[in-house]
Design a protein around this ligand. Structure first.
Ligand SMILES: [Zn+2]
Length: 186
């Protein structure tokens, strides 16, 4: 699925599941870690052909697997305030990302995109679903819109959003605007 959708899943879950704001951000990062293997596309800045080659060769392989999930959980959990809880949720959200990709990441050209779960050790547990829909299909759009609504609701209800990490003042103004438009239930 789209990286924005994965980010919204991570943030909405992290804000509800963790008590500390640093841990919420770490869990959100855990939801995005699998797509690190798509960064090969940046090689396209040097050479468009190389970028395309690296993207198609490594995306949905290098970090879309169990080993990367374990590394992400240990690494992100190690720098968290609540280490065990953060590591556990990173592991879960990492796998939710994989599941979302198996369900809705078919290429625009109709190409099926499997997830090699035991890469690089074995190709036996390659996750693939024949009903996989395209990455820009309506279920993904609907899910993203639903998550955006949830993002706004949680910002209003909890009094902060992901903007807080960039600027506490801008975030306070954002939440105040939300609460004026959609007042908290009394
Ligand atoms: Zn992915």
């Amino acid at each position: 699925m789209n990286i924005i959708t994965h980010a919204l899943v991570g943030w909405c879950a992290g804000q509800r599941l963790l008590a500390d704001r640093r841990d919420m951000l770490l869990v959100t990062a855990g939801s995005l870690v699998p797509d690190l293997d798509g960064l090969g596309v940046l090689a396209g800045l040097v050479s468009p052909a190389l970028g395309l080659d690296w993207f198609s060769r490594y995306h949905h392989a290098l970090t879309h697997n169990l080993a990367a999930g374990v590394v992400a959980a240990v690494a992100l959990g190690a720098v968290a305030r609540d280490r065990l809880r953060t590591a556990a949720w990173v592991f879960v959200l990492f796998h939710l990302h994989l599941l979302c990709d198996v369900v809705g990441s078919r290429g625009p050209d109709g190409e099926q995109w499997p997830v090699p779960w035991l890469f690089p050790f074995s190709d036996r547990a390659t996750l693939v679903w024949s009903g996989q829909w395209e990455v820009n299909a309506w279920p993904n759009m609907l899910l993203t819109v639903g998550l955006l609504v949830l993002f706004l609701k949680q910002a209003r209800d909890q009094g902060f959003s992901v903007i807080w990490y960039l600027s506490a003042r801008a975030d306070a103004a954002f939440v105040a605007t939300l609460r004026r438009r959609f007042p908290l239930p009394s």
